[in-house]
Design a protein around this ligand. Structure first.
Ligand SMILES: O=C(O)C(=O)C[C@]1(C(=O)O)C=C[C@H](O)C=C1
Length: 125
């Protein structure tokens, strides 16, 4: 038995989708990975902008419960799931993947906002 190998990135595809309506995105795995890298850069840039908004949101919180804001979290998860559902034709199961990613992201943001909260002080009325 030969050892497992990573896929070739520069050669033609070795499989096809049985669905005749399927339209490929790129002719090689190398091109697909370039696109994925470029999209990852944009995603990280957008996440950094989102993080700035989360940091600023700390100024409007009175206590740890407001940092958690569970009702708002539920709204975010429901919203991104619905947005992803519009793309389910292109990628079955995308809503669950997107919701899972946001659950992980928001858990990280909530924890960070908890730390940032300690760096704030009440504004006197
Ligand atoms: O909407 C807020 O209040 C936020 O602080 C943002 C955010 C989020 O990442 O979407 C983070 C923490 C929770 O409080 C709820 C939502």
């Amino acid at each position: 038995m030969s050892p497992p190998t990573e896929p070739s990135t520069s050669t033609p595809p070795v499989r096809r989708f049985k669905d005749p309506a399927y339209r490929p995105v790129a002719p090689t795995l190398a091109e697909l990975r370039q696109r994925i890298d470029s999209l990852d850069e944009q995603i990280v840039e957008l996440l950094a902008q989102r993080a700035q908004c989360v940091r600023d949101a700390t100024r409007f919180k009175r206590d740890a419960f407001q940092v958690q804001a569970p009702a708002r979290q539920a709204e975010v998860f429901e919203r991104v799931r619905r947005l992803a559902a519009a793309h389910e034709d292109a990628f079955p199961g995308l809503p669950a993947i997107v919701e899972g990613a946001f659950r992980t992201l928001v858990a990280g943001f909530v924890a960070a906002e908890g730390d940032l909260f300690q760096q704030t002080e009440p504004i006197e009325p």
